[in-house]
Design a protein around this ligand. Structure first.
Ligand code: PAF
Length: 288
């Protein structure tokens, strides 16, 4: 496994791999890898000749009040995990490489970035799409693997790719969970013991809604379901604020106001909840 620190060496490598008809599978990450990331690597490993993982904590996707400086980092550990997972290359650039002085070009996907996460974190997706397009141009992957946990991120990147004719396939890999249902996230390390014990209620409340819909039919009232989910989450002392609970079309992210008249082939129920300063997201997809 090799570590590529500059855009020049990465682009030279990927150009030559493409000339040799090698399939490049790409997993973009912000490091502090956990089982969730490793499942993305595994999915890439199955289909690619060469697997490239990027590790870069992208300052552009953090808001002014967010946790950029405190975001967990441990490159040595990440390197070890990547080696074990049979990654071929880690692309590990610094800020000067990615955002040199006078950097002034940004990618903005409109509409679907101003709802859900985008309503709470207004500049977040502009940061994500800008860095992801840069990474695609550097790594030149045939396909890229993203986690289902960030369902809105996946929808936004797919929209960017469609609108800008970006030539990499997006593969979505299922969310990896702890035994009690908590979705794996680098941010879980911030949870206190009490918060950690309450956090699985996010998934419990999503499972509750899915069960109700599947067992009692699509005529269930969304307001009722949101109310019950909210009650379940608020029953946990350390869940301090629910930013949103939302029902959307999985593919277009259009909000679903009523299940009765909806003909969506897949419904995304997503939520974001604060446990003190730690903000967690999760979702579930119901396919018809
Ligand atoms: O999902 C993430 O970890 C990040 O948003 C990504 C895609 C690596 C871009 O910085």
């Amino acid at each position: 496994m090799k570590i590529l620190r500059t855009i020049g060496e990465a682009q030279k490598l990927t150009t030559s791999l493409r000339k040799k008809n090698k399939t490049i599978g790409f997993v973009p990450t912000m490091g502090y890898l956990h089982e969730g990331h490793l499942s993305l690597v595994k999915a890439a490993r199955k289909k690619a000749d060469v697997v490239i993982v990027s590790i870069y904590v992208n300052p552009l996707q953090f808001g002014p009040k967010e946790d950029l400086s405190k975001y967990p980092r441990d490159f040595k550990r990440d390197e070890l995990l990547c080696r074990k997972a049979e990654v071929d290359y880690i692309f590990y650039p610094d800020d000067k490489q990615m955002y040199p002085d006078k950097f002034s070009t940004y990618v903005t996907v409109e509409n679907i970035t101003s709802i859900l996460e985008g309503r709470i974190r207004p500049e977040h997706f502009k940061g994500v799409t800008t860095i992801v397009l840069k990474l695609f141009n550097i790594v030149q992957p045939h396909f890229s693997v993203f986690g289902q946990k960030d369902a809105q991120q996946v929808a936004v990147i797919k929209k960017m790719n469609a609108d800008l004719n970006v030539n990499t396939k997006i593969i979505v890999s299922p969310t990896v969970r702890e035994a009690d249902g908590l979705a794996m996230s680098s941010r879980n390390v911030y949870l206190t013991k009490e918060q950690r014990a309450d956090a699985p209620y996010l998934q419990k409340s999503l499972q509750y809604a899915k069960r109700k819909i599947l067992l009692e039919g699509y005529n269930k009232d969304i307001e009722f379901l949101e109310g019950q989910m909210s009650k379940l989450i608020k029953s946990r002392k350390t869940a301090t604020k629910i930013d949103y609970i939302s029902f959307n079309d999985y593919y277009t992210l259009e909000e679903i106001k009523s299940l009765k008249n909806s003909n969506n082939s897949a419904i995304l129920i997503s939520l974001a909840v604060r446990f003190g300063k730690v903000r967690l997201i999760d979702n579930i997809v119901i396919k018809r």
